[in-house]
Ligand binder design. Structure first.
Ligand code: MF3
Ligand code: CO
Ligand code: CO
Length: 256
């Protein structure tokens, strides 16, 4: 079965799951402050998703992942594991939440500035969100995957930042990760053309230093090789007849 193009019924279910993931991020936001551990944030999210949303945190047990969300601090690129690490003034943090409801996955992440952060950290976080928004902006039927990657890469490079190449966005639906792969770099006009009904994430990981990453011995945590700061933002995008719709938009964001 072709899962690249979703049926209207599938899109409605995905819409619900995406909204739940976005709402979990909104719920956790006031809890994210200096002094809290990432384990405490994980527990709050786990309880909210299972009890309030009557959904399941897709990360838990995914290929053996031990927690209900990913928490990636400072030079951690992605897939950080919640722990007794206390958030402190100056940290930057990504929280990435995936929920499974009625057979469909919603997946979204945002960055948090803990207390007062450096000018560089603030700029990296802002530019990375702009990279996501620029990638989203080009999405419409007929645009290519290369157009998305090129838009992201161009903005990162214009700001002297680098794009992580080892991890990418992904189709999403009944599986957390489906085709197509959404690279966050590329050449305009290249790659598959988008069609109405496709649903996928865009989730650029942008480094303040070099692009190279390495995997820690826990087999999950991905860090920058040069220990430079890294940021990431993630949304699910639906290709519509005339453009796109962001299914994980939070109320703090404009219509993208
Ligand atoms: N949410 C991640 C993504 O955006 C996947 C996390 S899988 C986990 O694709 F096992 F690391 F949680
Ligand atoms: Co994702
Ligand atoms: Co995610």
């Amino acid at each position: 079965m072709n899962t690249l193009i979703k049926t209207p019924e599938a899109i409605e279910k995905l819409r619900v799951s995406a909204r739940l993931a976005a709402e979990a991020l909104e719920m956790i936001t006031p809890h994210v402050k200096p002094g809290v551990t990432t384990d405490e944030l994980n527990q709050i999210c786990h309880d909210y998703i299972t009890n309030e949303q009557q959904a399941f945190p897709s990360s838990l047990g995914y290929n053996g992942f031990p927690k209900s969300m990913c928490t990636s601090i400072n030079h951690v690129v992605c897939h950080g594991i919640p722990s007794d690490r206390v958030l402190k003034n100056g940290d930057i943090l990504n929280i990435d939440i995936t929920v499974l409801k009625d057979g469909y996955h919603g997946d979204t992440s945002k960055m948090f500035l803990i207390g007062k952060v450096s000018v560089l950290a603030e700029r990296l976080v802002r530019v990375t969100q702009e990279c996501l928004y620029r990638g989203i902006a080009v999405v419409k039927p007929g645009c290519t995957l290369g157009d998305i990657g090129a838009a992201i890469q161009q903005h990162a490079h214009a700001n002297r930042f680098s794009v992580v190449r080892e991890y990418c966005g992904h189709g999403i639906g009944e599986n957390m990760h489906e085709d197509p792969q959404i690279l966050h770099y590329g050449i305009a006009g290249q790659g598959m053309a988008l069609q109405e009904g496709m649903t996928f994430t865009i989730e650029p990981m942008i480094n303040a230093g070099k692009a190279a990453v390495k995997l820690l011995s826990d087999d999950w945590t991905v860090v920058t090789k040069d220990h430079s700061l890294s940021a990431q933002w993630e949304h699910i995008v639906l290709v519509t007849k005339d453009g796109h719709e962001v299914l994980t938009r939070r109320s703090e964001e404009p219509v993208l």
